[in-house]
Design a protein around this ligand. Structure first.
Ligand code: ADP
Ligand code: MG
Length: 642
């Protein structure tokens, strides 16, 4: 080791830059936060090539005076705090005074600004930490900071950057978080020619959430609020029906600052215990406000983590707020649940919720993830007004399985109208079961046409639905029928054009075998028609950028694997149409209710109603039968009545 010496300022700055500026998104975060601190009411962000080539942040804030420009890009120079005491009363997002200096150290930076009271603006460039001269220029009031060639002089850091799409996704997420915390500020984000966010100012947080994640998601949010002394919690959490496979839609803000906090995240999942199936994550937008001296924001270089004066109490407050809210709100209002005699039957309850959500959404074609306004109207009726289903005949009398079991014998014992004829009469009792399967759809038609008679169906073994009609008794395989319905819906939609796709906020890399990766990329076009965009990600990893909106509840990796399955078939390479068909089959199978899922009367009714629209309901796409029919004659013969 040599003698100890002071590092040159440029090295110090590069070290600081390494901590604060990890990727384009970190620079965007710092620049946008500066704009907010400057009191901007509008902030426009433009990036080129994921922000690696260019980041431009334009604000209409207070601007920087000519003689402050140099200080702005000097490290540890800030207008926001003056002494150490201030560190515990930080009212602004920034205070460390090193962001601009750090960014300027590892890029070519241009800063142009004009305070409101000035006639003209001034600009200055800094290239890899080397300052140029300040020159006057014309400029609107506010500040524009342009960052070009990020990490041009730190090649190692540059090599750590991921693909354009991934970096752009990080930027999108960064801007999203900040925009969620400041609904009254107008934000836009453009990536090249593409508009990523266009968020006009709104009064209410929930409207910002709606404009970012869709009105349907917002409709499924439950508002929460509480006060514990000076600590206020306000926000929105997802109805249990709105769960996700990861925590990316959990947003937490302290005093307008997006943060991560394990403990509070734990409180959140704790509050949902018993309401979500294992592995599912709630959606949450939680805003905490507290005096600045109750939270230390100076514990993390990028200020993404904070330390609370009384973390335990905060944990308790959040958990308590959510629990009380759940206990006092009718979580069933969206879709009513059968009575559960024992409130401790949480397992059943959670399962029922999950299943009901899936089936009712699907079967009614009113899935909350469909973007069109029309679908939200439908969602309102189908989810909010269960009585609707009476029109097509409620199939189970009695809400719980005991009641269902009690009514089970009804179809066989109650007297019935004179035989109305139909296919059953022509059937030989000895006909093989397959022949009996022939006419399920018409069978169900008969059922629906006679709604005043209130035909009944029950679920047995959480697998089969047994229904009665004039013709006889039909046993339906719930999975097979639902799969068929989904398949038909998907196929019809696919015929109309590409399926609606939902862009992922953060693209998901999926590790595949080399053969699968090749197949995925070769079929990128076909996948795109199905709403799934994929990109190479190096090696045999493929990046999923979007997924079919209709299947937005399945994790992208699962969807991709599902789509790849039929492509990997040994026999021969399927043609395009066949491939799409197979993928749709595979998706329908995965998304359908399973054998073992307990269904409510609503779901059963919805399922059977949908089956009418499915022309070919008697076989599930895998070729297994959907239903078996026992004609009355068969039964009579069997029981030696004739
Ligand atoms: P910090 O935000 O921690 O103070 P920065 O390096 O981000 O440090 O910014 C340094 C200073 O430059 C700020 O304190 C502020 O006075 C000024 N500044 C930076 N960006 C803007 C902006 N967009 N509008 C007005 N002033 C700005
Ligand atoms: Mg700053």
């Amino acid at each position: 080791m040599g003698r100890i010496h002071r590092l040159p300022q440029s090295v110090v700055n590069k070290i600081a830059a390494g901590e604060v500026i990890e990727r384009p998104a970190s620079a965007v975060k710092e620049l946008v936060e500066n704009a907010i601190d400057a009191g901007a009411s509008r902030i426009d962000v433009v990036i080129e090539r994921g922000g690696i080539d260019v980041i431009r942040v334009i604000d209409n804030g207070c601007g920087i005076a000519e003689d402050d420009l140099e200080a702005a890009v000097t490290s540890h120079a800030t207008s926001k705090i003056a002494d150490a005491d201030d560190l515990f009363h930080v009212q602004t997002l920034g205070f460390r005074g090193e962001a601009l200096a750090s960014i300027a150290e590892v890029s070519r930076l241009l800063i142009r600004s004009r305070p409101a009271e000035e006639e003209a603006g001034h600009e200055m460039t800094v290239q890899g930490g080397v300052r140029g001269t300040i020159i006057p220029c014309s400029a609107p009031v506010g500040t524009t900071v342009e960052v070009a060639d990020l990490f041009f002089n730190t090649p190692v850091r540059r090599r750590f950057l991921r693909s354009t799409a991934t970096e752009a996704a990080h930027v999108a997420e960064t801007v999203a978080k900040i925009a969620l915390a400041h609904p009254h500020i107008h934000f836009t984000l453009r990536h090249g020619e593409k508009s990523v966010w266009a968020l006009p100012p709104v009064e209410r947080t929930v409207d910002r959430i709606a404009s970012m994640f869709g009105r349907e998601l917002a409709d499924y949010l439950i508002e929460v609020a509480s006060e514990d002394g000076p600590v206020k919690i306000h926000g929105f959490v997802g109805h249990p029906q709105l769960s996700r496979s990861n925590t990316r839609q959990q947003f937490l803000f302290i005093n307008g600052r997006p943060i991560r906090d394990r403990s509070l995240q734990h409180a959140l999942s704790e509050a949902y215990r018993g309401l979500l199936t294992v592995g599912r994550q709630p959606v949450a937008f939680l805003y905490l406000e507290m005096p600045t001296d109750m939270v230390d924001v100076n514990v993390h270089p990028t200020k993404q983590e904070v330390r609370f004066l009384d973390g335990g109490r905060l944990y308790g407050q959040l958990l308590g707020t959510l629990r009380t809210r759940f206990l006092t709100s009718d979580l069933n209002t969206r879709v009513p649940m059968p009575e559960i005699a024992d409130p401790h039957e949480a397992h059943d309850r959670e399962k029922i919720l999950e299943m009901r959500r899936r089936v009712v959404d699907w079967a009614k074609g009113a899935a909350p993830w469909l973007a069109a306004g029309e679908s939200s109207a439908q969602a309102g009726t189908s989810l909010g007004r269960p009585a609707e289903t009476d029109v097509v005949g409620v199939w189970i009398e009695g809400a719980n399985s005991d009641d269902a079991a009690r009514t089970a014998h009804d179809p066989l014992t109650t007297g019935r109208d004179t035989n109305s004829g139909g296919f059953a009469e022509d059937m030989s009792p000895d006909a093989p079961a397959d022949a009996a399967i022939g006419e399920v759809s018409s069978f169900l038609d008969g059922v629906h046409d006679r709604s005043p008679r209130q035909p009944k169906a029950i679920q047995v073994h959480n697998r089969y639905l047994i229904a009665e009609s004039d013709e006889g008794v039909v046993v339906i395989d719930q999975h097979a029928l639902h799969e068929r319905i989904l398949y038909e819906q998907l196929r019809r939609r696919a015929e109309e054009g590409p399926l609606e796709s939902q862009q992922l906020l953060v693209p998901e890399p999926v590790d595949l075998s080399p053969a699968e990766a090749t197949a995925a990329l070769e079929s990128a076009e076909v996948l795109a028609e199905l709403g799934m965009r994929v990109e190479p990600f190096g090696g045999s990893t493929v990046l999923v950028l979007s997924r079919p909106a209709m299947l937005s509840r399945l994790p992208p990796s699962e969807l991709l694997r599902m789509a790849l399955e039929p492509m990997m078939a040994k026999d021969r390479a399927p043609g395009r149409a066949e491939l799409i068909d197979r993928i749709l089959h595979s998706m329908a199978c995965k998304a359908a209710i399973k054998a073992g899922d307990r269904l409510s009367e609503e779901e059963i009714a919805a399922l059977l109603e949908q089956s009418r629209d499915v022309l070919d309901a008697h076989h599930c796409p895998h070729g297994r039968p959907t239903a078996l029919i026992f004609s009355r004659e068969e039964l009579d013969k069997h029981f030696k009545r004739v």
